[in-house]
Design a protein around this ligand. Structure first.
Ligand code: DAK
Length: 261
């Protein structure tokens, strides 16, 4: 892969968009490589992913404006679909994905971060949807995901004004969960991912599915989704072990890793 790196560290995998010269802007090749990287993740071993950008300056500075500038309507639609398909794959990926936003997250970069389950960022992070200043709408889900994350009013303000916001404001409006000094960001992402990875993997996956799928339907249907996924945890070895561990009053015992079974 030329533009996407993958590094495994036990149960945590890190994907790095690696096109630093263009501030990690997303061209078709980056999107294809990200898609292939996700397909290759070993879901038997890996229980949480971190997504970040190469270098100290940028997470992803958007879709590649050079590549987009000459697109026809049909090509624009196809490019939008390519991005939406891979972003949706990320959003519905069976295991949690943490975006570690290390700088610019603009346009498609902000949309990429919003396709992840959790966003944390460095103090130098900048978020924005500048598309209307380029004569287009956000095209990788920005109009939908930003409104769901920060509310319609704030999303409309950010999108209509095309104004970038800094890390502290992103934190205040709930776009990111935490802000760290740049040199601590990846360690904090690893720490959070490690904490997720040590919990029962089938239960964590079912939680992701329940939250994502429940948000798309009314509460009566959402509760049924939760019931089924809750039920799906029973009879797993991990459920039996987790509950037996709690019920065993022997204070000397040490918790074993969950087996993903
Ligand atoms: N695309 C291509 N190249 C980019 C880029 C981008 N989005 N952002 C930066 N670069 C390149 C610059 O051209 C420059 O390349 P060289 O000149 O060195 O060859 C290099 O990265 C370094 O950038 P700068 O020299 O500009 O660095 P500065 O520190 O001065 O400025 C900046 C950093 C992030 C403020 C600035 O680069 C910037 O404003 N970049 C563009 C940010 C932006 O507008 N992003 C949103 C892109 S629009 C759709 C599908 C998708 C989308 C929309 C619709 N459908 C099909 C419906 C998505 C749209 C977008 O994401």
């Amino acid at each position: 892969m030329e533009f996407v790196l993958y590094e495994g560290n036990g149960a945590v995998g890190t994907i790095t968009i690696n096109r630093e010269k263009a501030l990690n802007a997303l061209n078709s090749q980056v999107l294809d490589e990200l898609d292939a990287t996700l397909d290759a993740v070993d879901l038997e071993t890996v229980r949480c992913l971190i997504l970040t950008g190469a270098g100290a300056k940028s997470f992803v500075a958007g879709a590649d404006i050079g590549e987009m500038s000459t697109l026809t309507k049909a090509e624009g639609e196809a490019f939008g679909k390519k991005g939406n398909d891979v972003f949706r794959k990320l959003e519905t990926f069976p295991i949690p994905v943490i975006a570690a936003v290390n700088g610019f997250a603009l346009g498609g970069g902000c949309e990429l971060a919003m396709s992840c389950d959790i966003r944390i960022c460095a103090e130098n992070a900048v978020f924005g949807q500048p598309e209307v200043g380029l004569g287009i709408t956000p095209g990788f889900g920005g109009t939908q995901r930003l409104a769901r994350l920060v509310g319609a009013g704030m999303a409309k303000q950010m999108i209509y004004t095309a104004r970038n916001i800094k890390a502290d404001e992103a934190y205040r409006i709930g776009l990111v969960n935490a802000v760290y000094p740049a040199d601590e960001l990846m360690a904090q992402a690893q720490k959070m991912a490690g904490g997720i990875a040590k919990n029962a993997p089938i239960a964590v996956r079912n939680c992701k599915k329940a939250i994502n799928e429940g948000l798309d339907v009314d509460m009566d249907k959402a509760i049924v989704i939760e019931e089924k996924l809750f039920g799906g945890c029973f009879e797993t070895e991990d459920q039996k072990y987790g509950m037996a561990f709690f019920l065993d009053k022997n204070k000397e015992k040490v918790k074993e890793p969950f087996q993903n079974r």
